[in-house]
Ligand binder design. Structure first.
Ligand SMILES: N[C@@H](CCC(=O)N[C@@H](CS)C(=O)NCC(=O)O)C(=O)O
Length: 203
């Protein structure tokens, strides 16, 4: 197996690296340099039709993309510790939080990155007012997640799961782009400190 990867701050490959670190599993990686547009080269597009990272290549040459799908596959191969829940209800709750974080938080972060950040300016026609309009959406999503965590230790309850990995990588990337977590999000901040203290967060 080979994981086609990219270094931080790219958030999506980091999801898979954190997942692997939590499992204690190592997979050989090949770096696909986004800054050099290697992800859009024909050989990488043959692995991932959208020309993105991460992509997992199996020993028979089959390729899998989408960070959450890659992690689901790896979860089947390495069930312990469980990161996608152990009961139908837990699995559904984790899935719900992953989808909500991706839509409510990652979408505004991605739009801000594409349309308001100087590093992406050479890559597309930016609509900076639109990009900036995602700043309050991200802040609102942080406040929503702050309330969702409530009295729980983790995003989807009392166990660390894939939902924590999605939220951590999204928030860290948001910070990199210049989007800040509102100061009143004290529960979210405490959660962030807790999960950032895990060894896997260094991935
Ligand atoms: N939904 C995909 C998103 C993958 C993605 O957007 N990866 C970024 C790097 S973090 C990328 O390849 N960007 C380049 C592009 O989209 O052209 C996943 O979860 O794997």
């Amino acid at each position: 197996m080979i994981l086609y990867d990219e270094n931080n701050p790219a958030p999506n490959p980091r999801r898979v690296r954190i997942f692997l670190a939590e499992k204690g599993v190592t997979i050989p990686t090949v770096r696909v340099k986004l800054a050099k547009r290697e992800h859009k080269a024909p050989e990488h597009r043959a692995r991932n039709s959208l020309g993105q990272v991460p992509t997992l290549e199996l020993d028979d040459g089959t390729t899998l993309s989408e960070s959450v799908s890659i992690c689901r596959y790896l979860e089947s191969l390495h069930p312990a510790p469980p990161l996608f829940g152990t009961t139908p209800l837990e699995a559904a709750q984790i899935d719900m939080m992953i989808r909500r974080i991706e839509f409510q938080m990652m979408t505004p972060v991605g739009m801000f990155w594409r349309h308001a950040h100087p590093l992406t300016a050479p890559l597309l026609t930016q609509f900076t007012d639109f990009g900036e309009s995602n700043r309050p959406l991200y802040a609102g999503a942080c406040k929503w997640l702050d309330r969702e965590i409530g009295n729980h230790d983790f995003i989807a309850g009392d166990a660390y799961t894939m939902a924590d990995i999605i939220a951590l990588t999204t928030i860290d990337f948001a910070t990199f782009t210049g989007l800040e977590m509102p100061t009143e999000c004290t529960t979210l901040r405490a959660w962030h400190e807790r999960v950032s203290g895990r060894e896997s967060a260094g991935a």
